[in-house]
Design a protein around this ligand. Structure first.
Ligand SMILES: NC(=O)c1ccc[n+]([C@@H]2O[C@H](COP(=O)([O-])OP(=O)(O)OC[C@H]3O[C@@H](n4cnc5c(N)ncnc54)[C@H](OP(=O)(O)O)[C@@H]3O)[C@@H](O)[C@H]2O)c1
Length: 194
């Protein structure tokens, strides 16, 4: 059974009421997956607060608004599973889209902190870090490679949820990219154009 609800995740004040309604309608809650994000095109010399605010309000604050509700409920129930769809883009600040990177880095840290709080209450928190997936959002990416289909990504996310994994790159080969990208000294990294 699928129950659809219309909601704009940037309307943060609506979240507690809608969360209660959904959990009531479903008769409980075992798993929550936060997916929503925007990534508008950002030119190399552009500093546009409207775009930046939209990314932070959707990608990060929307996640905090929804997942705080789930965290409280799951902590009290001493069970449950929180999943956040983040991105490899959060592994490092890059020239291409500073605030998209920031929103995903913030999401990574928030999810890590939730994991550290909630593991002791039997709650699992999974961070998903995709590379490139062939969706609307990718249309604004300047360069892409290793692109996978949404179905393939969904299958890998589902498998990670079943395994109750903590941090998962999708597909897994991006873990090595993340490791390399995070290891490059800043003095070199700031000269790179990606
Ligand atoms: N595609 C990639 O290469 C890639 C790579 C790394 C990470 N990701 C992450 O994967 C997740 C899914 O992205 P996608 O690739 O599937 O992109 P997408 O096709 O653009 O989907 C984004 C989703 O977010 C929803 N959304 C955006 N703003 C919203 C708002 N204010 N309120 C409610 N929903 C909102 C959209 O709903 P509507 O359709 O109703 O607008 C849509 O369902 C995102 O977190 C993204 O950052 C994607």
């Amino acid at each position: 059974m699928v129950l659809p609800y219309v909601h704009d995740v940037t309307e943060h004040e609506q979240v507690p009421i809608l969360f209660d309604q959904i959990t009531r309608d479903l008769g409980g809650l075992d798993l929550i997956i936060y997916v929503a994000a925007v990534q508008p095109p950002v030119a190399l010399h552009e500093y546009n607060f409207e775009k930046d605010e939209a990314m932070l309000r959707t990608n990060l604050l929307g996640a905090v608004a929804w997942l705080n509700q789930a965290a409280l409920r799951f902590e009290q129930a001493r069970s449950g599973h929180i999943v956040g769809i983040s991105s490899i883009a959060g592994d490092r600040g890059r020239v291409g889209s500073p605030v998209y990177n920031t929103s995903k880095a913030g999401l990574n840290t928030y999810l890590e902190a939730l994991r550290n709080r909630l593991t002791r209450f039997g709650v699992t928190v999974t961070t998903i870090k995709p590379g490139f997936i062939d969706t609307e959002l990718l249309k604004n990416a300047p360069k892409t490679f290793w692109v996978i289909s949404p179905d393939e990504a969904a299958a890998q996310v589902y498998a990670a949820i079943r395994r109750r994994s903590q941090v998962v790159y999708v597909p897994p080969r991006w873990r090595l990219v993340g490791l390399i990208v995070r290891s490059i000294p800043s003095s070199i990294f700031r000269r790179l154009n990606f």
